[in-house]
Design a protein around this ligand. Structure first.
Ligand code: KG4
Ligand code: ZN
Length: 335
C-alpha cells in the first residue's frame, strides 16, 4: 500500500511517500519568508503552502519513483495548527482523493509527532509515557494503547520551543532558534549560571518565568560580557529546559509503573535533552525512544505513518471515503 502524506499545519510544506510501512521519500520545504519577522505570520504561511504544495508532492513522487496513479491513499494533517495553512493540505488531499477515488485519512498533528517514533522503531508499542515538545506544544502524555491517550501534564504558558525561539531572539540569533541554540550550547558550559526550574513537583510545565529570568539576566550584564559568554549562557539556559522536561518524563514513568518512555516534536531533536534522557533512562532501566532529527520537526513522513497505522486499525474502510472533512485548528488529542 502506497500512502501519500501531506503536512502543512505551520510553516513547513511537506509531502512523503510510505510504501507498506517504509518511507520512500520525505520532502520538507521550510518557509524562509518568516525569518525577517522573527515569527510565523499565518497568512504568509498559507500563501507559501499554496505556492509550494504541488511541486513538493511532485518531488516526493519523483524521489519514490512513483506517479499519482500508484498512490492508494492520502493521509493529511487536519489539526491542530493554523487554519489557513491547514486548509491548503486538507483541500489538496481532498482533491487527490476525490479525483482518484482513494481513501482520505485525516490525522491529528500531535498524534503524528508521536507516531514518528514508528518510522525507525517498529517495536515502539504502548503503554508508554510520551513527551511532546514543539514550537506550539509541551505535553506529557500517557499512551495507554493506540488511540487511548491520557494527559498527565501540559504547559501553563509558553511551549518549550516557543521559549527557545524567544530566547534566541533576545540574543539576536535567528528564527527558529532551537537548532541554533543547540549548536552553540555544545561549545558552552552548562554550569556557568543556574536558571530556575519551574514547578518541580508538578507534572505541568511553565516556561514564561524561565524566559523572563533569561531576559532579566541579560539586562543585568554588559554587551561585552554577553558576547564573550554567549555559548555558556545558552548552555545554562538549555540545561534548565532539558532538566525540567526530563525530570517530569522520568518521574511520570516511574509513578505510572511504565517501562517505556518516548519524545516527539521539534524540541526532541535537542542534543542535550536526548543525552540527559538517555542517561536517566538507563539509570532507571527504562526503554527510551526518540525519532531521528528530520522526523522530530514537522514532516509528512510521520503523517503518512500515522495514517497507515490508523487505516489498518479501522475495520470499516468506508469511513475513509468521506471527502467532506474540514481543517480543525484547535483539534484535541485528549478531551
Ligand atoms: O514540531 P515543530 O517542527 O513544529 C511545531 O509543531 O511546533 O517544532 C518546532 C520547534 C521550534 O521551536 C524550534 O526552535 C524547535 O522545534 N527545534 C529545536 C531543535 N530543532 C528544532 N529545539 C531544540 N533543539 C533543536 N535541535
Ligand atoms: Zn509539529
Amino acid at each position: 500500500m502506497n500512502i501519500l502524506g501531506i503536512e502543512t499545519s505551520c510553516d513547513d510544506t511537506s509531502a512523503a511517500i510510505l510504501s507498506d510501512g517504509k518511507i520512500l521519500s520525505n520532502i520538507v520545504s521550510t518557509q524562509l519568508e518568516h525569518i525577517k519577522f522573527g515569527g510565523i505570520i499565518p497568512e504568509v504561511a498559507a500563501r507559501a503552502h499554496q505556492r509550494n504544495i504541488l511541486s513538493v508532492i511532485d518531488l516526493a513522487l519523483k524521489e519514490a519513483k512513483l506517479t499519482l496513479k500508484d498512490i492508494d491513499a492520502v493521509s493529511t494533517t487536519y489539526g491542530p495548527g493554523l487554519i489557513g495553512p491547514l486548509l491548503v493540505g486538507v483541500n489538496t488531499a481532498k482533491g487527490v482523493c476525490f479525483a482518484n477515488k482513494i481513501p482520505l485519512i485525516p490525522v491529528n498533528h500531535i498524534e503524528s509527532h508521536i507516531f514518528a517514533n514508528f518510522i525507525e522503531h517498529p517495536e515502539f508499542e504502548p503503554p508508554l509515557v510520551v513527551l511532546v515538545v514543539s514550537g506550539g506544544h509541551t505535553e506529557l502524555i500517557y499512551m495507554k494503547d493506540y488511540n487511548h491517550y491520557e494527559l498527565i501534564g501540559k504547559t501553563r504558558d509558553d511551549a518549550a520551543g516557543e521559549c527557545l525561539d524567544k530566547v534566541s531572539k533576545m540574543l539576536g540569533l535567528g528564527f527558529p532558534g532551537g537548532k541554533i541554540l543547540d549548536d552553540m550550547a555544545k561549545k558552552g558550559d552548562s554550569k556557568f549560571h543556574r536558571f530556575p526550574r519551574a514547578l518541580p513537583t508538578s507534572y505541568d510545565f511553565s516556561f514564561s518565568g524561565l524566559k523572563t529570568s533569561v531576559k532579566v539576566y541579560l539586562e543585568s550584564q554588559s554587551a561585552e560580557f554577553i558576547e564573550e559568554n554567549k555559548c555558556d549562557i545558552i548552555a545554562s539556559f538549555l540545561e534548565a529546559v532539558a532538566a525540567t522536561l526530563s525530570d517530569k518524563l522520568i518521574r511520570a514513568a516511574k509513578q505510572f509503573g511504565i517501562s517505556k518512555i518516548a519524545m516527539a516534536g521539534g524540541v526532541s531533536a535537542n542534543s542535550r535533552l536526548r543525552a540527559i534522557l538517555a542517561s536517566k533512562a538507563q539509570k532507571n532501566k527504562l526503554q527510551f525512544f526518540y525519532p531521528a532529527p528530520i522526523y522530530c520537526t514537522d514532516n509528512a513522513a510521520m503523517v503518512a505513518m500515522a495514517g497507515y497505522k490508523k487505516y489498518n486499525a479501522v475495520a470499516d474502510k468506508s469511513v475513509f471515503y468521506n471527502y467532506s472533512i474540514d481543517a480543525v485548528p484547535n483539534l484535541r488529542l485528549i478531551d
